[in-house]
Design a protein around this ligand. Structure first.
Ligand code: SF4
Ligand code: FES
Length: 591
């Protein structure tokens, strides 16, 4: 087999393979690192051939990974790829204008590159900068609140190989409660001494003192539920995970925050990473796990040094490693990277991704807690849930039960974005009215307009009209509406925004992100996308109105994973509350 890989590139690739011990389970990590650190910005065929030979795996396996993940590429892209976010918030905030401006300035269309290979224009799913919408991403640099002048200046500077100063990603949180987020702005998120000075690692000491049963009881009493969207009681989850006995058990912090409109985990990880590490340490102690991973979404690659520093310092100060503070417990954490796949937020898909494969969900049972990563018992916990565990074990369950409602004690970190005056991350007590969050915390609708509709909980979250927002933001109220709190996203549209266009954006996202394993989700999303495109062009048909219901039902019943089962929730809500907006775009007689 010939190998045409250049010597300098060969040495570089070899160093990465060596770093990962030539272990093919690390293939995804290797590929991400190779692509991030190569001047080319893509993985060429010679490199693939070389990796295949060195790892003794078929080339097709490498191809399948590169083609599955959005962040990996086998094709030459321009030196500067201008990625325009096509997420829900950016859609409301005018991302279409950005594409037109770039087309105008550079004379290229979406998917094209300039003749000199300097720039290309692409659209990309939400990268967690929704508080700065409309946003673009060039490499790992994010630019928000894009105007024509700003994009002109960015392009002008890059043409001279100069970098335009990156926007600070410091989300507003004025008026927030400070419970889970108590350390925000109290230290810089870097210095472990400062974290310890704020009472850091007291929660772990309390856990060891209390013992396992009592600590799990404390967490159960606090009423914490999973904050990634599943809402499963955390105390129960820890108990069930503890009950699975195995010599080798794993904990994964799910930092793959991929729901459009969601950026709270970004803020927690950036401003208080030690709290997450402490939460993982506590969870590992309670479930007898010794290995931990933080699975960080590729879109947050820019945070790797910061999180890596917190892991390293925790190790240096004896909060990770062997026999941690004489507790008899060993635990350590590795930081790993996702590569741009929404479905990897699902438990099994995440395990597959950790194993260096495309992130495709598996059938259940067995469950992740029994046979997840490498078939080992695996506990997957969301970033905010870990922060909540640390908070409760430091202060006692009362810190949660004195806030919120009886069925939804405590607080929730939410991200409010879209047509509001002060988009940002806010910590709110459960039970607060949605209207109060928007008008009180986020400063009301921008431009003095009225609320048109709001999507709550992420891309598959429910949609409510402005007239129905005087409701409590809590599990029981949303469950009665057949909706969920989801990821904590609250995306606000004003009364000029088009609901049909909005759900079209949502459906396009799901159509792109469906992993394709099962037909109802793969084909259903494609069909719904087409139906919505017809409505958008006022070419909807009577059949479309009937067909969408059948497609949605099939997806709900027959999709393999939770993603496919819930993807049509926004469309259903939109049809329920804004039926006229759809029907007036039907061309067939009789409507
Ligand atoms: S429901 Fe969708 S995302 Fe889930 S396994 Fe099926 S195709 Fe993949
Ligand atoms: S960054 Fe655009 S929707 Fe999130």
């Amino acid at each position: 087999m010939s190998n045409k890989i250049l010597e300098c590139n060969r040495q570089f690739v070899e160093s990465i393979l060596k770093k990962y011990n030539y272990d093919s389970h690390e293939l995804l990590q290797m590929l991400v690192e190779i692509q991030k650190n190569t001047d080319k910005g893509y993985i060429d065929r010679d490199t693939i051939e070389f990796i295949s030979r060195e790892l003794n795996i078929p080339e097709i396996r490498i191809h399948s990974i590169i083609s599955y993940y959005d962040a990996l590429s086998m094709e030459s892209e321009a030196r500067y790829v201008i990625n325009v976010c096509n997420g829900t918030t950016c859609g409301l905030m005018g991302n279409g204008r950005i594409e037109k401006w770039v087309e105008d300035i550079l004379g290229i269309k979406k998917g094209e590159a300039t003749d000199d290979g300097l720039f290309s224009l692409k659209e990309t799913p939400c990268f967690g900068a929704c508080d700065m919408a409309p946003a673009i991403r060039i490499g790992d640099r994010i630019y928000g609140n894009i105007t024509r002048n700003k994009i002109e200046e960015i392009i002008e500077k890059l043409s001279r190989d100069e970098l335009y100063p990156e926007d600070k990603r410091l989300s507003t949180d004025n008026g927030s409660l400070k419970i889970i987020t108590s350390n925000f702005d109290e230290y810089d998120g870097m210095n472990i001494i400062d974290y310890i000075g704020l009472g850091g690692y007291e929660a772990f000491n309390n856990t060891v003192k209390k013992g396992i049963e009592e600590s799990i009881d404390e967490i159960s009493k606090s009423g914490i539920r999973g904050r990634g969207g599943a809402q499963y009681p955390t105390g129960r989850k820890l108990s069930q995970s503890r009950a699975v006995k195995n010599e080798r058990k794993v904990i994964v912090c799910n930092a793959d925050e991929g729901e459009p409109g969601t950026f709270k985990d970004r803020e927690i990880l950036k401003r208080d990473p030690y709290k997450i590490i402490e939460g993982m340490l506590i969870a590992s102690y309670l479930t007898d796990a010794n290995e931990g991973f933080i699975y960080l979404r590729e879109e947050y690659y820019w945070m790797r040094d910061r999180i890596g520093n917190a892991i390293e310092k925790s190790r240096e100060y004896g909060w990770l490693g062997e026999n941690i503070k004489n507790s008899g417990h060993d635990f350590d954490i590795r930081l790993v990277s996702g590569a741009g796949s929404y479905v990897c937020g699902e438990g099994f898909a995440l395990c597959e991704s950790l194993e260096g494969k495309p992130g495709i969900p598996r059938s259940k049972p067995p469950y992740v807690k029994q046979a997840g990563y490498l078939q080992l018992p695996t506990l997957i916990i969301n970033v905010e849930t870990l922060a909540a565990i640390t908070t409760v074990m430091k202060n006692g369950s009362e810190i949660f039960t004195e806030h919120g409602t009886e069925e939804s004690p405590g607080t929730k970190v939410v991200c409010i974005s879209g047509k509001v005056n002060t988009p940002g991350v806010y910590e709110v007590p459960f039970g607060i009215s949605v209207m109060e969050m928007i008008n009180g915390l986020a400063g009301g609708v921008s431009g003095g307009r009225k609320i048109g509709f709001v999507q709550i909980g992420g891309a598959s979250g429910g949609i409510l009209p402005g007239s129905k927002l005087n409701i409590g933001y809590d599990y029981e109220t949303f469950s009665n509406l057949n909706m969920g709190i989801g990821s904590g996203a609250v995306v606000v549209a004003d009364d000029t925004d088009d609901i049909v266009e909005y759900v079209g954006t949502v459906q396009k996202f799901f159509s792109h992100e469906s992993c394709g394993k099962c037909t109802p989700c793969r084909e259903g999303n494609k069909q719904l996308k087409r139906i919505l495109e017809r409505f958008k062009e006022s070419k909807g048909t009577k059949e479309d109105v009937e067909n969408y219901k059948r497609i949605v039902k099939t997806m709900e019943i027959a999709s393999l994973c939770g993603s496919g089962k819930t993807e049509a929730v926004p469309l259903k809500n939109a049809m329920e509350y804004f039926e006229d907006d759809f029907l007036k775009r039907v061309v067939t007689d009789g409507f």
